[in-house]
Design a protein around this ligand. Structure first.
Ligand code: NAD
Length: 369
């Protein structure tokens, strides 16, 4: 494994390997960038096939967090952690408290949260050893379930796509196909229905489907049928890689805008393929940044309404992304990367000014002595 070469590939600042014999903790923390602020990103617990797979995952995910925070306008950097282990059998208080001690040792350069394989309870153990953790229970002053904030951000994001395609952000009378009726999908459907949207829904979970059909009176279809259904907007809120070589030819949508992570199977290729087909794609990490906005708010003393208001701002960010895509003749996915990179460069430039000032002061002090 070429460690430094792997870090250089995506320009990572720091990677920390953790080994704690007494608790069995084996993990990696990757800090991709702290240009905008402390690196924030969840801790994934997973039984990786090998150490290389764990490293690859944490490097990829931490960089994604830098872009997400930057595009969302947050003063946060990008980081991520992985714990190598089985989330069903290997979790103990000892393990997560030990993990918390290691995070504390980074003095706030990295702030963690829950992710795939970890829960609010695990983060409470981490919190016993460090304050550099978010995503804890509301009862403990945390931000609680992020999905209502993610859903409102996704809803406003969908409205922004409508504005771009039809000149009006009203969704009344439009047909939206929602894939995935879990935490985010459920809240999203609630917002869409209030605006008079015709809804078509699909989920592989019968109970989740029944709840939405009973409560909102919407039409449910088979999980495989959704890619070819006749609808104005497709809103993926379940899994990743749903935009791929097989699904793209089936699409009859004008817009793809949903909360799921990593929607494009191959980012550049499928981002471009959607553009070529005249389908407007709301980049996933921009439209679903409500979850990150939610935990970022926790750092300043959590207030749900403030988080919701901030998530509604995804509307304006997406309009900016669509403008960049149009002007630069690139996919919306590439445009959101440009937006994120531009903000990183701008803030890095400001930080350089700060450094020069410090040096000038120091030199003045030296000359005075
Ligand atoms: P969830 O687990 O609560 O819901 C996902 C739903 O998708 C489940 O009901 C599941 O049965 C369904 N599903 C799985 N495979 C499916 C398939 N093939 N076809 C149709 N339905 C399928 O998850 P969630 O919290 O609602 O998150 C949904 C997506 O949004 C995920 O990709 C997640 O990473 C992303 N996301 C969530 C948040 C958040 O705040 N929860 C924030 C950012 C991104």
């Amino acid at each position: 494994m070429k460690l430094f070469a792997s870090m250089e590939e995506r320009n990572h600042e720091q990677v920390i390997f953790i080994n704690h014999l007494e608790s069995g903790l084996k993990g990696i923390i990757a800090i991709h960038s702290t240009i905008l602020g402390p690196a924030l990103g969840g801790t994934r617990m997973w039984q990786y096939e090998n150490e290389e797979a764990a490293l690859k995952d944490v490097l990829r995910l931490s960089r994604g967090m830098t872009y997400k925070a930057s595009a969302a306008g947050l003063n946060l950097g990008g980081g991520k952690a992985v714990i190598i282990g089985n989330p069903k059998t290997d979790k103990t208080e000892k393990l997560f408290r030990a993990f918390g001690r290691f995070i504390h040792g980074l003095s706030g350069r990295y702030i963690t949260a829950e992710d795939v394989g970890t829960s609010v309870k695990d983060m409470e153990w981490v919190r016993m050893e460090t304050d550099f953790v978010t995503g804890i229970d509301e009862a403990l002053g945390g931000s609680g379930d992020p999905s209502p904030v993610t859903a409102i951000g996704t809803y406003y994001g969908i409205k922004a796509t409508a504005k771009k395609v039809w000149g009006s952000d009203s969704l009344a009378g439009k047909t939206v196909a929602v894939q995935g009726l879990g935490h985010v999908g459920y809240h999203l459907i609630n917002h869409l229905q209030k605006e008079g949207v015709n809804l078509i829904v699909a989920d592989i979970d019968e109970a989740a489907t029944k709840r939405v059909v009973d409560e909102f009176g919407v039409k449910a279809i088979g999980a495989d049928e959704i890619y070819g259904v006749e609808a104005d907007i497709f809103s993926p809120c379940a899994l990743g890689a749903v935009v791929n070589d097989e699904t793209i030819p089936k699409f009859r949508f004008k817009i793809i805008a949903g909360a799921a992570n990593n929607q494009l199977a191959v980012e550049d290729k499928h981002g471009k393929a959607l553009r070529d087909r005249g389908i407007l794609y709301a980049p996933d990490y921009v439209i679903n940044s409500g979850g990150l906005i939610n935990v970022a708010n926790e750092l300043e003393g959590y207030h749900r309404q403030r988080a919701l208001n901030q998530a509604m701002g995804i509307y304006d960010i997406l309009l900016q992304v669509f403008d960049i895509a149009e002007k630069e003749n690139i996919s919306t996915h590439a445009a959101s990367n440009h937006l994120a990179e531009k903000r990183l460069q701008d803030v890095a430039a400001v930080r350089r000014i700060h450094t020069q000032r410090t040096v000038i002061h120091r030199d003045r002090r030296r000359n005075a002595n």
